[in-house]
Design a protein around this ligand. Structure first.
Ligand code: F6R
Length: 241
């Protein structure tokens, strides 16, 4: 694991953007695995800026997101599809038909999960997977558990995740109870992984990333086994203050 501690959130976002820029320079038709949440916002702003300055071209890129609440409409302001459109896609020259987010309105979320994995396979896997990290160590919505699922699946969100995400909704009761999430295999078979952890509330989990153990109770620790994984955090997450 490569580990980079940046002084600020902005610096962490810039370092993350450099990895994306390098990826697109090396392979303009990359399959980018993307995440939502507060953490990647700075990175997405950097990518938009690089695109606007003319240095970054997304025309050949395919994106595939980690997860989506279930059930939720794509027009709901808290849906991850809406988030991606608003915070990245509509500002860059990616082909909207080549941006994939699990369908939060699928009649059968189980069938949607199977098709999602088939899609990842058809795309030839993910070239660069971006991940945020839950305070409880979840990645995507793979929540701490004795056993983790490999495949894309429907996950029951833990109380702590719903509480952490309640800030985006009117009240915790509005936070969906389920999500469709890529599983550990979709994530771990990405050729390159970039994990971003910012803010002092991520301190415990950043600490857990630094020893030599892995546990399904902190799903992100499994990433330590990945051959090309970079963790970028800010000083607040590193020091916990
Ligand atoms: C989002 C996702 C989640 C978030 C995590 C951290 O697509 O998969 O695992 O990355 O919950 O969220 P923030 O960045 O809001 O702290």
């Amino acid at each position: 694991m490569k580990f980079l501690v940046c002084n600020t959130y902005e610096e962490a976002s810039q370092e993350a953007a450099k990895i994306f820029e390098e990826q697109l320079r090396t392979k303009p038709s990359s399959v980018l695995g993307l995440a939502t949440g507060s953490t990647p916002l700075g990175l997405y702003r950097e990518l938009i800026r690089a695109y606007q300055l003319g240095g970054l071209d997304f025309s050949a890129v395919t994106t595939i997101n980690l997860d989506e609440y279930y059930p939720i409409a794509p027009t709901h302001e808290q849906s991850y599809r809406y988030f991606m459109n608003e915070n990245l896609f509509k500002h860059i020259n990616v082909d909207p038909a080549k941006t994939f987010v699990p369908d939060g309105q699928a009649a059968s979320p189980e069938d949607e999960s199977v098709s999602y994995d088939e899609r990842i396979k058809r795309l030839g896997g993910i070239d660069l997977q971006l991940l945020g990290i839950g305070e409880n160590g979840h990645i995507g919505f793979n929540e701490p558990s004795d056993a983790l699922r490999m495949d894309t699946h429907v996950e029951v969100l833990t109380e702590s995740t719903r509480k952490a995400n309640a800030r985006f909704f009117q009240s915790i009761d509005e936070v969906p109870t389920h999500a469709i999430t890529m599983g550990m295999a979709g994530i771990m078979t990405a050729k390159k992984i970039l994990l971003l952890a910012c803010g002092k509330n991520k301190h415990e989990v950043v600490k857990a990333m630094q020893d030599k153990t892995v546990t399904t109770q902190i799903p992100a620790t499994l990433l330590k086994c990945h051959p090309d994984m970079t963790l970028i955090c800010d000083r607040a997450a590193f020091e916990g203050r």
